[in-house]
Design a protein around this ligand. Sequence first.
Ligand code: NI
Length: 168
Amino acid sequence: MGDPLLTKAALPVTEFGTDELRQLIEDMFDTMHVAGGVGLAAPQIGISLQLVIFGVDKSERYPDAEQVPQTILLNPRITPLGNDEALAWEGCLSVPGLRGEVPRPARVRYQGFDPEGWPIDRTVEGFHARVVQHEFDHLIGRLYPSRMRDFTRFGFTDILFPELERKT
Ligand code: NI
């Protein structure tokens, strides 16, 4: 947080299926797994591209999280469905050590492409909807604190959730 790249709109991916792209995605998964995260956007590792990865089987950082399929999503668009809003705690590898309670549309449709250029089109809710919206925000220069409305629900992870391992 504070790096100007994280406040900028990322550029669309124009070439699919390249070795360079595959290498970048591999680096992103390595970074995400080392940090114990459930998602990562290319701008978080200094690359201004519309590319996010996410997915969770079981997370130490989010022990209550529902499973989300491992996804590599390029040039995404998100459309909220309905007016229902969900409120839940989020953290971010670019905002280490903190958590905040963030309101977001409960149900969304997202569209984009996989690394080979094949279309992805899903309608999701729950933790899946939250993760994709959080990662998408990185591509438009937003970090989750800027989505918060109640800053009494913002603080250090180890104070708010002492039972979680002190990672980030
Ligand atoms: Ni994040």
